[in-house]
Design a protein around this ligand. Structure first.
Ligand code: ADP
Ligand code: TRP
Length: 311
């Protein structure tokens, strides 16, 4: 059986774009496959300096995955900072990778292009992510297109270590689901927290209603394209055809139908989410952390011997 490894940056309130683009595909993969799912809190530290927010986001986003139905029989769910082997291996990989290679990293290059000062953590981010993946002899890394380069870096890091010290790490493969469409936001652009055009995944009915009512519609045609594009995620086109026929040109009624459908879809997950306490999350992460640590420390014992620090 192939081992999966994936990670998510605890970035706070998730939107329905995150759900259809990342959470749902990942939850579905762990139905028939086994592996690890990691809350990448040390990666988040490269940009988030608010300690209360980082702690809260880590708890909230773990709850989101649990509410979405992540199968804990198949997935070890843990927090990066609980397994110190990640930062330890990242250092060893940093000592193998040339600066010129890291300078090609998209996340780093984008910051520099915008004239924003990048910290050293952002610069070496790909080697921490390589360590995450390589520690567990990962076969498959399910990610979005934006993370493709990072998985290439992980392969490169594996090769460099294996060449220097002998065969140790598996070269992982990314799994990028082309069928996952980009979910549009309330203004028709890609839904993204940075564009402030989101519909919150676990928002209250009022918050969902407010976001849906703000969907930009043009005044031509019977079918508001931006409303329909989001509606399609929640109902089949066959189910939607009569609704859009009956309410031709009535954008308000169509938006109300969309609110109803989003709410009906989210409501069972919201109920499940409300039943999960912060203490439950901490216990699940602690358990997952212990399991991940057992695997990671066995791998690191071999790595330490190979590099010459185990006397
Ligand atoms: P944001 O753009 O809101 O900052 P992130 O970059 O944190 O979102 O994305 C987290 C995950 O959700 C990624 O795997 C990304 O591919 C997915 N995702 C984000 N927005 C969308 C969207 N509009 N459609 C599909 N997937 C998305
Ligand atoms: N960098 C990923 C993101 O921003 C999160 C992540 C950290 C990750 N470590 C990982 C994803 C390992 C897959 C595998 O989305």
């Amino acid at each position: 059986m192939k081992r999966l490894f994936t990670g998510l940056q605890p970035s706070g309130q998730l939107h329905i774009g995150n759900y259809f683009g990342a959470i749902k595909p990942n939850v579905d993969l762990f139905v028939d496959n086994e592996g690890l799912m990691m809350v990448a809190d040390y990666h988040a530290l490269t940009s988030l300096k608010d300690s209360a927010a980082l702690a809260k986001n880590s708890i909230e986003n773990t709850k989101d995955y649990l509410a979405a139905g992540l199968n804990l029989e198949h997935a070890i769910l843990f927090k990066q900072s609980d397994v110190s082997e990640h930062t330890e291996l990242a250092w060893i990989l940093d000592c193998l990778v040339p600066i010129s290679l890291l300078e090609l990293g998209h996340a780093y290059k984008d910051k520099v292009a915008k004239g924003v000062e990048a910290n050293a953590g952002l610069f070496t981010y790909p080697m921490l992510m390589a360590a995450d993946i390589l520690l567990y002899d990962t076969d498959i890394v399910p990610v979005g297109e934006d993370q493709r380069q990072h998985v290439e870096y992980a392969r490169e890091a594996a090769k460099k270590f294996n060449n220097a010290y002998g065969e140790t790490f598996k070269e992982p493969q990314e799994k990028i689901d082309k069928a996952v469409a980009v979910v549009p936001g309330t203004d028709g652009q890609k839904m993204s927290k940075s564009y402030k055009n989101t519909i919150p995944l676990f928002g209250s009915r009022d918050e969902i209603a407010k976001a849906v009512m703000s969907i930009v519609t043009d005044s031509t045609g019977d079918k508001p394209a931006n409303v329909y594009a989001i509606h399609k995620l929640f109902k089949s086109e066959a189910e939607l055809a009569p609704v859009y026929e009956q309410n031709k040109g009535s954008y308000k009624a169509l938006k109300e139908a969309l609110i109803e459908d989003i709410d009906a879809f989210i409501s069972p997950m919201r109920t499940r989410r409300e039943a999960i306490s912060d203490e439950d999350v901490k216990a699940i992460l602690k358990d997952g952390g212990a399991k991940a640590k057992a695997l990671a420390s066995a791998k690191m014992a071999d790595v330490r011997k190979k590099v010459g620090v185990a006397l």
